[in-house]
Unconditional design. Structure first.
Ligand code: ZN
Ligand code: ZN
Ligand code: FE
Length: 754
C-alpha cells in the first residue's frame, strides 16, 4: 500500500526531508519526499502497519523547529517505488491563491497564556506565526493584517516590536495581539447586559458552567453552545432548547489524558484527536464514562475533541471536566457567527453569552472524522481543513466552480490540478442556509480571484444549488448525475488517473435520476468520461414521498408489501393499525404520491423499522445509524438470501428471512448484523460479476451509507481479500459534503457546453 501525505507549514530548510528519509529507511519504506510551493509532499509505500507507524512517528518525531499547519493524508493503491529518495523540488502550483485554514493554538502559545509572568497570561486571543485563525479572519488576499478582521486593532509597541523582529515567534504574525491592544471577551446575560469583561469573564463563565448554565461562546468560526457534559439535567435542557432531541453532541475535553480515561481510543484515533486540525473524532465510550447519557443517547460512541483556541483551553483547564461544545444554531440552521445574530437567534437557548469583539468574516463549523478500516474518514470537512485543496490526478481544462448538492452542502473551486473545497454550509432547506450558501459561493469567487469558465451542479431540478446555478450562471452550467458525482469524488481523491474504470457502489438516501425515479442503491461502472448503471436495488415505492425520510415505517410497509404482497396487511411488526396498513398498501398499489426508489438508505430505514428499532426519526439517517449501533452488539457471521436477476438486486428473500428470524425470537442485534453482512455480500457478488464481464478491479465505495463503519470495513476487507482494489473516502466525506469534488472532476474533464 501507499501513503500520500501533503503537508503545509514551516517544513522547508529545517531538516524535514532528511528526517523523513531516515524514518522511511528505518521502517523499510519506499517512495519519495519533495518540497513543493506550500510545504512538503511525501509518498511512502510498504506494509500497512508500517505506514501507520510512519504517520504516527512523523508527527511525534519531526524536527523541533518545523511547524505543520495542515496534514492531509490518504492510503492509496501501491504504485511500485523502488527505493526511497529525496526528489527535486517541484515549484508547481500558484502560491498566491493559497489560503491556510484556521490553525489550532500551538503549545508555546498555550504555555504563554498559563504563565503568570507572561504578558499574555490568560489572554484568549494569543497566537503566533505557527498558529491562530486564518480562513475565518481574511477579508481578501494578500494575507496582511490590513486585510483581516484584526485591522481595527492597532498594535501596541510591545506587539509591534515582536511583529518586526525576525527572531521572534510572532515575526509577521498577522493576528498578533495582547491584552493591551487586541480583541477582548465580554460576558453578557440574556438581556444584553454586560456582566464582566476580560479575565473576570473567563472566571465567571467557568462558574456558570459549573452551576449548570448554558453558555453561547463565540469562538473562531462561530458560536458554540457550551455546558457541563457530565450532568444529565444540563445536557437534557440544552437538547430541549436546541430542538435537537437525539442527535449526538460533540464534547470538548481538557486534554488527551481526560479523553483516554473516558473513551477507548486507538493510536490512529489519538493521532486524529491531537492532530493540528483538532477535529471532532467519533470514538467509543468506556462503560465507566462520566459523560451524561444524553450526550449521545443510543450510541456506543461519542464525538470528542480538544480545545483549539486559547479561550477554549483556558475555560477547560479551569473547569477540568468535559463540556458539550456544539455548534450554536437551532436544529440544522447555519452556525451563529455575530452578536446581533446570537442575541436574536439564541436568546431562548443560551443563559449567557461569552462574546468578543473580533469579527468572524467566514462561518466555519468544527470538522468531524472517524477512523474506519485503518483510515481517517471525514464526516464533515470544515474547520482546520477548509479551504485547503484536494489534488486531483489530472489537470482541469478550465477553472471550475462546483455547486454541490443539497444535504451537508459544500462548494468547490478548481484550477489546474487543485480543487479548493469550502467549509460545511449545511442543508439548503432554510432561508438562512440559502443565504449562507450564496454568500459562500460569492465569497469563494472573490477570495481566490478565480473566474470559473464552467460551472457544475446536481441534476435535481428542485435543489436550491441547481436553481441558483441556473439563475446565476445560465449557459456556463453543466449538470452531473448525483451518484456518478459520488463515485467521481472517490476516484479523484484516490488518484485514479486517465481512463481507468472503476466499479462504483453509490449507496445513499436520495439522488435525482434522469429516469424520474429516486436512485440510491446503485452499482455503476464509471470513468471520468461517463458511467453505466449495471445493477441497482429492486425498485419499491415510498408512500408519501419525502415523508418516508422522517418516517421509516413508510419504507418498511412498502418493502413488506414487496415481500408478502397483500399479506403485508396482516403482519403486525409495525406500529400501524390494520386500517393504516391497508391505507398505505393502497397508496403503493395505486401509485398515489408514491415515487419509485432504489434507495439503500431507505432499505436501512425499513429494516430498522421492521425490527422495531425506530419508526420515526428526529435527525437525518438516525434509523440507519441506530441499526449500525445495534449490529455492533453481535458477531454473527451469517447472512440472508438475495438474488440477482439481470440488473436487479432482489432483496425480498432477505426481508422474508428477517421476518422469520423475528418470529423465531432471534436477538435483534444478530438480525441487524446479518442484514449488514448481506449488504456486504451483495457488494462482493455484484463486484465479482462485473469483474468477470469487464476485468475492472477497482471498487469505489461512496455515498452517505458508507459512513456506516461496519459496512465500510467489512466491504473493504471482503473486496480486498478477493483481489479487488477498494477505494474509500479519506479526504472528503462519503456523504453529499463530498459531491462538489466529484462535480469539479467531471466538469474539469468535460468542458463542452450542454
Ligand atoms: Zn502559537
Ligand atoms: Zn499588543
Ligand atoms: Fe448522496
Amino acid at each position: 500500500m501507499r501513503l500520500k501525505i501533503d503537508i503545509t507549514g514551516l517544513v522547508q530548510g529545517v531538516g524535514f526531508r532528511p528526517f523523513v528519509f531516515k524514518l522511511a529507511e528505518e521502517l523499510g519504506l519506499k517512495g519519495y519526499v519533495l518540497n513543493n510551493a506550500t510545504g512538503v509532499l511525501i509518498e511512502v509505500e510498504g506494509e500497512e502497519g508500517k505506514l501507520s507507524e510512519f504517520l504516527l512517528r512523523l508527527d511525534s518525531e519531526k524536527p523541533d523547529i518545523s511547524r505543520i499547519f495542515s496534514l492531509q493524508h490518504a492510503f492509496l493503491e501501491e504504485s511500485g517505488f523502488t527505493g526511497f529518495e529525496i526528489r527535486k523540488s517541484m515549484d508547481k502550483g500558484d502560491k498566491r491563491v493559497f489560503i491556510l485554514p484556521d490553525i489550532s493554538a500551538c503549545e508555546e502559545c498555550l504555555r504563554d497564556v498559563t504563565e503568570p509572568r507572561d504578558r499574555r497570561f490568560l489572554y484568549p486571543f494569543t497566537n503566533c506565526t505557527n498558529c491562530g485563525p486564518r480562513f475565518t479572519i481574511i477579508e481578501k488576499l494578500p494575507y496582511d493584517r490590513r486585510n483581516t478582521s484584526m485591522k481595527n486593532f492597532s498594535m501596541c509597541p510591545a506587539c509591534k516590536k515582536e511583529y518586526h523582529m525576525d527572531s521572534d515567534r510572532r515575526f509577521h504574525a498577522q493576528p498578533i495581539a495582547c491584552w493591551a491592544c487586541g480583541p477582548w471577551i465580554s460576558l453578557y446575560d440574556r438581556e444584553g447586559q454586560v456582566l464582566c469583561e476580560k479575565e473576570s469573564a473567563l472566571e465567571k463563565t467557568v462558574n456558570l458552567i459549573r452551576k449548570g448554565y448554558i453558555i453561547a461562546a463565540k469562538g473562531i468560526g462561530g458560536y458554540h453552545l457550551i455546558c457541563d457534559a457530565t450532568t444529565e439535567d444540563t445536557v437534557r435542557r440544552l437538547r430541549e432548547r436546541k430542538h435537537r432531541e437525539e442527535k449526538p453532541l460533540a464534547v470538548m475535553f481538557p486534554d488527551i489524558e481526560a479523553i483516554r480515561q473516558e473513551m477507548n481510543i486507538t493510536p490512529l484515533e489519538e493521532r486524529a484527536i491531537t492532530s493540528i486540525e483538532k477535529p471532532v473524532v467519533i470514538v467509543e465510550k468506556k462503560a465507566s464514562t462520566s459523560l451524561a447519557a444524553s450526550v449521545s443517547p443510543g450510541y456506543r460512541s461519542a464525538g470528542v475533541f480538544l480545545p483549539y483556541t486559547p479561550m477554549h483551553y483556558l475555560i477547560l483547564r479551569k473547569f477540568r471536566k468535559p463540556v458539550v461544545a456544539t455548534s450554536a444554531n437551532i436544529s440544522d440552521e447555519p452556525i451563529v457567527a455575530d452578536e446581533a445574530d446570537a442575541f436574536a437567534r439564541l436568546s431562548g437557548t443560551a443563559d449567557y453569552f461569552l462574546t468578543h469583539n473580533r469579527r468572524i468574516l467566514r462561518r466555519c463549523d468544527d470538522s468531524v472524522v472517524r477512523i474506519a478500516a485503518g483510515r481517517q474518514m471525514p464526516v464533515r470537512r470544515s474547520r482546520g481543513f477548509a479551504p485547503l485543496p484536494v489534488t486531483v490526478p489530472f489537470k482541469l481544462k478550465k477553472p471550475v466552480l462546483a455547486l454541490g448538492a443539497y444535504m451537508n452542502s459544500t462548494i468547490a473551486l478548481g484550477i489546474d490540478d487543485r480543487v479548493f473545497i469550502s467549509q460545511h454550509i449545511g442543508d439548503l432547506d432554510t432561508p438562512l442556509a440559502m443565504e449562507f450558501y450564496e454568500q459562500a459561493v460569492e465569497d469563494f469567487l472573490g477570495l481566490f480571484r478565480i473566474k470559473p469558465e464552467v460551472v457544475v451542479s446536481d441534476m435535481h431540478p428542485g435543489y436550491y444549488s441547481t436553481k441558483y446555478g441556473e439563475r446565476r450562471f445560465q449557459d456556463m452550467l453543466l449538470k452531473v448525475q448525483h451518484h456518478y458525482a459520488h463515485i467521481l469524488s472517490c476516484m479523484a481523491e484516490n488518484g485514479v488517473a486517465g481512463h481507468t474504470e472503476v466499479i462504483g457502489f453509490a449507496f445513499d438516501g436520495t439522488g435525482y435520476a434522469p429516469d424520474g425515479t429516486i436512485w440510491g442503491g446503485e452499482v455503476l461502472t464509471a470513468s471520468y468520461s461517463g458511467f453505466k448503471r449495471v445493477f441497482h436495488l429492486s425498485p419499491y415505492r415510498l408512500p408519501g414521498g419525502d415523508r418516508a425520510v422522517k418516517e421509516p415505517y413508510r419504507s418498511a410497509i412498502s418493502l413488506l408489501y414487496e415481500t408478502l404482497g397483500e399479506g403485508a396487511a396482516e403482519t403486525d411488526v409495525l406500529p400501524l393499525s390494520q386500517e393504516k396498513r391497508l391505507f398505505f398498501i393502497n397508496m403503493i398499489k395505486n401509485d398515489i404520491n408514491s415515487p419509485v426508489t432504489t434507495s439503500m438508505g431507505r432499505l436501512f430505514d425499513a429494516v430498522a423499522s421492521i425490527t422495531g428499532l425506530r419508526h420515526r426519526v428526529s435527525y437525518h439517517a438516525q434509523a440507519a445509524a441506530e441499526l449500525e449501533q445495534l449490529a455492533l452488539g453481535s458477531d454473527e457471521k451469517g447472512s440472508y438470501a438475495f438474488s440477482i436477476e439481470k440488473d436487479t438486486i432482489v432483496h425480498t428473500p432477505m426481508l422474508g428471512m428477517i421476518l422469520d428470524d423475528l418470529k423465531a425470537g432471534v436477538p435483534k442485534e444478530d438480525i441487524a448484523r446479518k442484514f449488514h453482512n448481506t449488504i456486504v455480500e451483495i457488494i462482493v457478488s455484484t463486484a465479482e460479476s462485473i469483474r468477470k464481464e469487464t476485468g475492472i478491479s477497482h471498487a469505489a465505495l461512496s455515498g452517505g451509507v458508507f459512513q456506516n463503519t461496519i459496512l465500510l470495513e467489512n466491504a473493504f476487507n471482503a473486496l480486498k481479500e478477493r483481489g479487488f482494489v477498494p477505494l474509500t473516502h479519506q479526504l472528503v466525506p462519503p456523504n453529499d459534503g463530498g459531491i462538489a469534488l466529484g462535480q469539479a472532476a467531471f466538469a474539469g474533464r468535460h468542458v463542452k457546453m450542454p
